[in-house]
Design a protein around this ligand. Structure first.
Ligand SMILES: [Zn+2]
Ligand SMILES: [Zn+2]
Ligand SMILES: [Zn+2]
Ligand SMILES: [Zn+2]
Length: 380
């Protein structure tokens, strides 16, 4: 149905995610610290007594940091890790993910088996409405769609200062949260906003759980956060500091727009996710990255809202093309024609209101942010 010419490879869109901001990959020599492709001269020591299948089972339980450390022991250790199905598949098909993990210091937070399982399943884990999730939020190793990571408040990580200030947590309590990552300072988000600090970011869900325990109940915690005042103003000040801009300038820039969508488009979201493929099966032919719909990309207005952006960036797989065309209408002259859709009855609620048919957007109303702003026309 003439769809192919209307799709672009994802390379035409640069959202400045963590994996777009990594230091250059190590040279051949650096990536093979024991020398290039020499045969191993040492064995695995005590582990050498075990059959390789058992060694693999043990390695699958190691977190990614420990596995990386194990690989550096000797050439035999590296070769053993590389033949682990999970690690080998990640290294072969998602090498930028493998490099993002040490750069963001998230290696302790996932095993190769957990990361592999995430890569093997295509759907966004948050909205659960069959959207292809082309992104992984590393701190919890969660596969997400663009709409969820860029708009849902849950995937806006925060600095430790912000967690202390806004949620009333003690510095030691925040420092003890394992769900954290290191910012790789560069430019993030479609606006390529600079983040110059190498601060730690903590997961919002982890902060909320800790703060709920600290304040005694969810409602007491929410009341504290509300009383704590204008959390958004704090967020802008924080962003201003991270980006190395004068706080006043940054705050002014944001306060002219909508606070909710300011949070929605925070570059911190983009600093915490990596673009990932779906590993459908063994071998290259089983690697699906998903692609953008050219008609949806073209339909994004300028300036656009975060909602426009999330709609335009929706990723498709071959399996989802038919459903997408049914939902948004066939493509002619580079645009969707919803009026020609086969099932016009379905269009009203999908095109007009939200991307997630289960209403994932409403979550933006949580945490004292006004819910009426979720579908606003704020510029980003
Ligand atoms: Zn989603
Ligand atoms: Zn489309
Ligand atoms: Zn969805
Ligand atoms: Zn708004």
């Amino acid at each position: 149905m003439g769809f192919q010419p209307s799709t672009y490879p994802s390379a035409s869109v640069n959202d400045h995610l963590l994996d777009d901001n990594l230091p250059a990959p190590p040279s051949e020599v650096e990536s093979q610290p024991h020398g290039p492709s020499l045969a191993p001269t040492a064995d695995l020591g005590a582990l050498a007594a075990l059959p390789v299948e058992l060694v693999h089972q043990i390695l699958a339980y190691l977190d990614m940091r420990s596995l990386a450390d194990f690989r550096t022991v000797n050439r035999q250790a590296a070769a053993t890790a590389d033949t682990l199905i999970e690690y080998g598949a990640i290294a072969a098909h998602a090498p930028t993910v493998l490099r993002s993990i040490p750069a963001s210091e998230t290696g302790r937070l996932m095993t190769s088996a957990a990361l592999y399982a995430t890569l093997r399943s295509p759907d966004c884990e948050k909205c659960g409405c069959g959207h292809f999730g082309g992104y992984v939020y590393l701190v919890t190793c969660t596969r997400l769609c663009y709409a969820c990571f860029s708009r849902n408040i849950q995937w806006l990580p925060m600095t430790t200062d912000f967690a202390c200030l806004s949620f009333g947590l003690d510095r030691r309590a925040v420092d003890a949260l394992p769900e954290r990552m290191r910012i790789v300072p560069r430019r993030y988000s479609p606006r390529a906003e600079p983040i110059t600090s190498r601060d730690i970011l903590v997961d919002r869900g982890a902060v909320i759980r800790a703060a709920t325990a600290f304040h005694g109940s969810r409602s007491a915690m929410e009341a504290f956060v509300r009383v704590q005042g204008n959390q958004q103003a704090l967020a802008y000040r924080e962003q201003g500091r991270l980006s190395g801009m004068m706080p006043g300038h940054r705050q002014q820039q944001y306060l002219t727009g909508c606070p909710v969508n300011g949070a929605a488009s925070s570059p911190l979201r983009y600093a915490a996710v990596v673009r990932v493929p779906w590993l459908k099966g063994p071998g290259e032919e089983g690697v699906e990255w998903g692609f953008h719909c050219a008609a949806c990309l073209a339909a994004c207005p300028s300036p656009c809202t975060p909602l426009d952006l999330a709609r335009s960036r929706r990723l498709l797989t071959v399996e989802l093309i038919d459903e997408h065309l049914r939902e948004f209408g066939p493509i002619r002259n580079g645009r969707h024609h919803p009026d020609e859709s086969q099932s016009p009855g379905d269009l009203a609620d999908t095109v007009g209101e939200s991307i997630c048919r289960r209403g994932g957007w409403q979550l933006l109303g949580v945490w004292g942010f006004p819910a009426e702003c979720v579908d606003s026309t704020c510029e980003i």
